[in-house]
Ligand binder design. Structure first.
Ligand SMILES: NC(=O)N[C@@H](CC(=O)O)C(=O)O
Length: 429
């Protein structure tokens, strides 16, 4: 199949060009290209970016197919401009064996809308007691390169040390959910003025920062590779800056919701705003935006966390933490980083595609927009404005904290190795 994107702006820059895609590859870039027998897609003024890579997605299969499946999550990813996602290991059964990671990998391939890379658990059953068989998962067909107990912190420093040592041998990365559990027992909201006013037990910033600091020291000591999941506090940014300056093998992600929302939203007591780590203060939001622009925080990851109505439409303290993210990520990043002029579209390509692909070691994702490169692409309408409706999403669940919000910019087309996977809000293939 071949396609010609007519009149796009590469990274939103320069003069409009045509991009010809043949056999899964960008074959030509230039003005006024002859379409031959290619399907022509009129894309005047649209911004062409490399397809997005999400290092942190909960697809819920196996185990909670009532909330999301590999098929519905892949559809949401394609609609959001993603060409690769990393499916977190906190499924049922947990992705801590070759059997489970290969199952997820195979299902993702069968669906074929996005490359689904299973994340392997660091510890057996996410219990934090014994290392899972990292080597077996790495050598499996799924070729696991990202390991995480996300949802749980690898709390035991000896286990974390060993995991980081393995990461070196396996050319992998350990993605840590940084939460000192002894400091967050019963926690419901960011520890601070809002939580006190609402009578909610606090989740202090130091619970994240203490683990990030410890893990950066361990990563430096072992020479292993650490990735910090969903950075949420100003203090974590300070620790990361310090650790990177002394040559630590550490990278970090921030979620779209932590770039936009604050704990002031909790006044409604609507559990759609309950998430782990919790929404923080506007000071944290500003620090996270600046850190992403500067590169201290490397990339954006959604932490797409679908939940069933019975787990969200309930009393705050019994609601599960987590929010949808795949279909709103680009627009929230546009709102928080592009409209504010903290990043241009080339910067968006860096934080949503290039850096996550590098961190996970994906050779064919996050590549430059150039002839001969694989056609993993996201086409964005920079002038679109749209209103978020969770019920319209491809996800089975609809727990979006952005419901009813008007957001800028929208993904209009996604291509995976030259095949259109989403176009004008519809999934293809
Ligand atoms: N990020 C979330 O709020 N939820 C995650 C797991 C977790 O980190 O608690 C989930 O799996 O639902």
């Amino acid at each position: 199949m071949s396609a010609l994107l007519r009149g796009v702006l590469l990274y939103g820059e320069g003069e409009p060009v045509d991009v010809l895609i043949e056999d899964g590859v960008i074959s030509r870039i230039g003005a006024g290209l002859d379409e031959g027998d290619a399907e022509v897609i009129e894309a005047q003024g649209k911004v062409l970016l490399p397809g997005f890579v999400d290092l942190h997605t909960h697809l819920r299969e196996p185990g909670r197919e009532d909330t999301e499946t590999i098929a519905t999550g892949s559809a949401a990813a394609a609609l959001g401009g993603y060409t690769a996602v990393f499916a977190m290991a906190n499924t049922d059964p947990v992705a801590d064996t070759q059997l489970v990671v290969e199952h997820v990998w195979r299902k993702g391939q069968e669906v074929g809308l996005v490359d689904v890379h299973p994340v392997g658990a660091v510890t057996v059953g996410l219990k934090g007691e014994k290392l899972a068989e990292l080597g077996t998962m790495a050598r499996s067909t799924a070729g696991v390169r990202v390991f995480s107990d996300d949802g749980h912190c690898v709390h035991d420093p000896l286990l974390m040390r060993r995991a980081l040592e393995y990461s070196k041998a396996l050319d992998a990365v350990i993605a840590q959910h940084a939460e000192e559990p002894k400091l967050t027992v019963g926690a419901q909201a960011n520890e601070g003025e809002v939580a006190s006013r609402l009578g909610l037990a606090g989740w202090p910033a130091v619970a994240e920062e203490a683990i990030v600091a410890r893990d950066c020291l361990l990563a430096k000591h072992t020479g292993g590779r650490l990735h910090v999941c969903h950075v949420s506090t100003t203090g974590t940014v300070d620790v990361l800056r310090w650790a990177k300056a002394r040559g630590t093998g550490v990278s970090a992600e921030v979620t779209p919701h932590h770039l936009l929302l604050t704990d002031e939203l909790l006044a409604s007591y609507d559990p759609v705003n309950k998430v782990n780590p919790p929404l923080r203060t506007s000071v944290d939001v500003q620090a996270l935006r600046a850190a992403l622009a500067e590169g201290v925080v490397d990339c954006v990851a959604t932490d797409h966390a679908p939940h069933a109505p019975q787990d969200k439409d309930c009393e705050w303290s019994s609601a599960r933490p987590g929010m949808l993210g795949l279909q709103t990520a680009l627009s929230v990043v546009a709102q928080t980083m592009v409209v504010t002029e903290l990043l241009d579209w080339r910067g968006v390509a860096r934080v949503m595609s290039e850096r996550p692909a590098q961190i996970a070691g994906l050779p064919d994702q996050g590549r430059p927009l150039a002839e001969g490169e694989p056609a993993n692409l996201a086409l964005v309408d920079p002038d679109a404005r749209w209103t978020v409706r969770g019920a319209d999403f491809a996800s089975i669940s609809d727990n979006t904290p952005f419901e009813g919000m008007e957001l800028p910019a929208r993904v209009v087309l996604t291509m995976l190795r030259g095949r259109i996977t989403a176009h004008e809000g519809k999934v293809c293939g």
